[in-house]
Design a protein around this ligand. Structure first.
Ligand code: AMP
Length: 257
């Protein structure tokens, strides 16, 4: 079953007091996944495809910060203003701010449809905090999908990426162009290049990924959760590959089943 129109993820993007427009229905197997991979590897696109196939909610911390960036400055907390400065430079937002945002949205982790975390965790500290929270909530991860792609292909993907200002749909100027140049197929919104997809920010993000996020691969491998997936091919091919690998993962023994 496809979730169409997509859930607006209000509780995630606007905060826990907001109500989602069409929360996922309860699933017999609610998938709880983390997507890992270098910036530009296609996590956001895969998260959107997996959301449709698995009926789970797409929880992206990048979308959360971008949603905050479009708000009126006086609605932002001082911590968020500082966080957005880091984001625009392509640097990681401090762990304490990210964790505060995720922790206050922990109801999204209990979503009946399950969740697909995209862009979080990004540091060991975030991964350990999440592990503790999931344990307290009696929730288990099903898998941590790690998308793998050579560096030169990553840079090519990032520099051609375009995002809809309105609905955040992601396109690529050559791999996945919109029907009309610069216009979103879904909502007619304007397609733009994210500040952090500009060349100077890409270099910072790749360095940051190597230092901060790669250690997570070892962390989740040690927990027996890592699922490596080759990120070559079309988005549909990669998604099919991911679903096939997920079907082979055992159902984790968890107290909520
Ligand atoms: P993304 O869309 O996941 O590439 O995130 C865009 C930007 O948001 C990143 O370059 C960071 O500045 C910030 N960000 C998103 N998620 C995190 C996170 N888990 N930890 C720190 N910074 C983050």
């Amino acid at each position: 079953m496809n979730l169409d129109p997509p859930n607006d993820r209000a509780a995630w993007l606007d905060g826990p007091s907001a109500v989602c427009s069409s929360p996922p229905p309860g699933n017999t197997r609610p998938w709880r996944l983390i997507l890992l991979g270098a910036p530009g590897v296609g996590k956001g696109t895969q998260a959107d495809l997996l959301r449709q196939r698995l009926n789970a909610c797409h929880l992206s911390t990048g979308d959360l910060f971008r949603a905050a960036a479009t708000r009126n400055g006086c609605q932002l907390s001082p911590a968020m203003v500082i966080a957005l400065g880091f984001m625009r430079r392509g640097a990681l937002v401090p762990d304490s701010t990210v964790w505060e945002m995720v922790h206050e949205r922990s109801s999204c982790l209990r979503c009946r449809g399950g969740f697909i975390l995209d862009g979080f965790p990004r540091t060991l500290m975030q991964a350990e905090s999440l592990q503790r929270l999931l344990h307290d909530e009696k929730l288990c991860l099903d898998a941590v999908v790690n998308y793998e792609l050579p560096l030169d292909e990553i840079v090519q993907r990032l520099s051609g990426r375009r995002t809809c200002e309105k609905c955040k749909a992601v396109y690529h100027v050559s791999r996945q162009p919109s029907k009309t140049e610069g216009v979103c197929d879904r909502c007619d919104g304007h397609l733009c290049q994210r500040d952090d997809d500009r060349p100077e920010a890409i270099a910072v993000r790749m360095k940051t990924y190597e230092h901060s996020t790669e250690p997570l691969i070892h962390f989740y491998r040690n927990h027996g959760l890592l699922l490596p997936i080759a990120a070559q091919g079309s988005p549909e091919e990669i998604c099919t590959r991911t679903l096939a690998a997920l079907q082979k993962t055992p159902v984790p023994a968890r107290p909520d089943r």
